[in-house]
Design a protein. Structure first.
Length: 151
């Protein structure tokens, strides 16, 4: 399989996850597929590529020039794309779960998830903002941001 084909396959796999989040009924298995199984598959691909090609690619993380050199390698670029896809999809599922628990309609979730898909940190901030605004208007049980906060 060529690197272009691997790039396309990774993108298509992530798109399945996003379509599940946007349009499928929010059942436990849907969130498990979109927010866990697909990010795990992308992470496995990332790990295998990085183990085989990272050190041979040249470059590194100590300067912008080194990062540019690193991503000049097609395998490392595909791995970087898988990294981006896995984390944004995982984060999107986390946001969707929180917004569901806050009783925020899917229609209001769509733009937030769209922002998460296109620019993860922006969607993350908008999701937290929408949840906070909703909880201020309708007080209810507060959800922990992380597992550490729940302990």
């Amino acid at each position: 399989m060529s690197w272009d084909e691997m790039f396309g396959l990774s993108s298509a796999l992530a798109m399945v996850g996003w379509m599940l989040l946007l349009f499928a009924p929010r059942r436990r298995f849907v969130l498990a597929a979109a927010g866990f199984a697909i990010p795990v598959l992308l992470s496995v691909g990332y790990t295998l590529i990085m183990m085989q090609y990272f050190f041979a690619a040249g470059g590194g993380f100590d300067s912008i020039a080194a990062v540019r050199a690193l991503f000049a390698s097609d395998p490392v670029l595909v791995a970087g794309w898988q990294h981006f896809l896995a984390y944004d999809l995982f984060l999107g599922a986390w946001i969707a779960r929180r917004l569901d628990q806050a009783d925020i309609t899917r229609i209001l979730q769509w733009p937030v998830l769209g922002m998460c898909f296109m620019a993860g940190p922006i969607g993350f901030l908008f999701g937290l903002g929408l949840e906070a605004a909703t909880r201020i208007r309708r007080p209810g049980p507060r959800l922990p941001i992380s597992n550490m906060e729940a302990a």
